[in-house]
Design a protein around this ligand. Structure first.
Ligand SMILES: [Zn+2]
Length: 343
């Protein structure tokens, strides 16, 4: 049990974030009248090149990287004009080719050839019926949510086959104007969740995973901005990192929540790995009835690592060394989970 208000706020924020992630699922439905692809504009600013693809309606494209080209397919789409263009002045783009790839059923295809290794991001602007491809060097991408994209990188020496190329969304609970719970010494939960999330990001990136952070600083998570970008996220899993709090300071231990049946395995793997690592009280894996109505495409869990209202646990989670241990525990669980489903 938690204080109802903050608990509800946290719940809403989490539900909101999950619902946004779910947006990506409803686009498949529109398979009747073909949409139109009107045109493609390329703009450059601040070392980032943006390719805006204008459409008659909201269409979720499918993108793959193939032989160093980014291939984007628009299902049920008619292209107005074939495009074949070189971009001599562009820093990143060598050539863009767009044409009617298939007539029955209609598929419009865009192939972008690059001059060098790039990081890219592909997202939909819902209100504008536009799909945007942002291309830049890894560091230059001014993303609303930070995306690390190792797709174009050479194989990392430490890459783990079953983690490589997996897309993992990490939500460092709360942030900015939302402090989350308050610890027994008065520290906000948001300050505990971030370092653990960043540490987990580092571990996963080293293993070759694509990690999407909902925040990387003490910022209020802006779900409208995330929603603009989240349609393109074909994330494999969502992990929310939280710390628990309760008026009774003796409450302690690790608890993991999941929200839909296909998240159970993920919850169990991560929970047992974390409990094994931290050796605190095992409060179990729990399904929260309030969340179940909000189903997601992808397995999603929320980990309540320990209680920051418990003096002993607060002392532990304040230490940088211990935060690393938590991240390692979470990482071990994710590693086991992806290994189990890769068989
Ligand atoms: Zn929280």
């Amino acid at each position: 049990m938690k204080k109802p208000n903050s608990s509800i706020i946290r719940l809403l924020i989490f539900i909101l974030s999950l619902s946004i992630l779910t947006l990506s699922s409803f686009s498949v439905a529109a398979a009747t009248k073909p949409q139109e692809l009107f045109g493609i504009d390329v703009k450059t600013d601040d070392n980032v090149e943006r390719i805006a693809i204008r459409l008659s309606d909201y269409i979720r494209p499918q993108s793959t990287f193939f032989k160093d080209n980014l291939v984007i397919d628009f299902p049920n789409t008619v292209i107005k004009e074939t495009l074949q263009k070189d971009y001599a002045d562009s820093k990143f783009i060598y050539k863009i080719h767009a044409w009617q790839f298939k007539a029955k059923p209609y598929v419009a295809r865009i192939v972008i050839e690059f001059k060098k290794e790039v990081a890219y991001d592909l997202y939909s602007l819902l209100g504008k019926n536009e799909v945007v491809v942002e291309i830049g060097d890894d560091v230059a991408l001014p993303l609303h949510i930070a995306v690390s994209n190792p797709i174009r990188r050479a194989k990392l020496p430490g890459a783990v086959p079953h983690l490589e190329s997996k897309t993992i969304v990490i939500d460092a609970g709360h942030g900015g104007i939302d402090p989350g719970g308050i610890s027994c010494s008065g520290m906000p939960e948001k300050k505990f969740t971030l370092p653990v999330a960043l540490e987990l990001e580092a571990l996963l990136k080293a293993a070759g995973a694509r990690v999407i952070m909902t925040r990387r600083t003490d910022q209020t998570t802006d779900f409208r901005k995330i929603s603009d970008r989240t349609n393109k996220l074909k994330a494999d899993i969502f992990v929310g990192i939280h710390f628990n709090y309760f008026e009774d300071s003796s409450a302690a231990g690790t608890e993991t929540f999941y929200y839909n049946p296909f998240s159970i395995e993920l919850a169990q793997y991560v929970h047992s790995a974390l409990v094994k690592k931290l050796k605190r009280r095992n409060r179990g894996v729990r399904k929260d009835v309030l969340y179940t109505v909000h189903h997601t495409d992808m397995p999603a869990i929320l980990v309540e690592v320990l209680y920051i209202t418990n003096p002993e646990e607060e002392r532990l989670v304040k230490s940088n060394q211990y935060q690393k241990m938590i991240a390692k525990g979470l990482y071990n669980g994710l590693d086991k989970y992806f290994k189990s489903i890769s068989r």
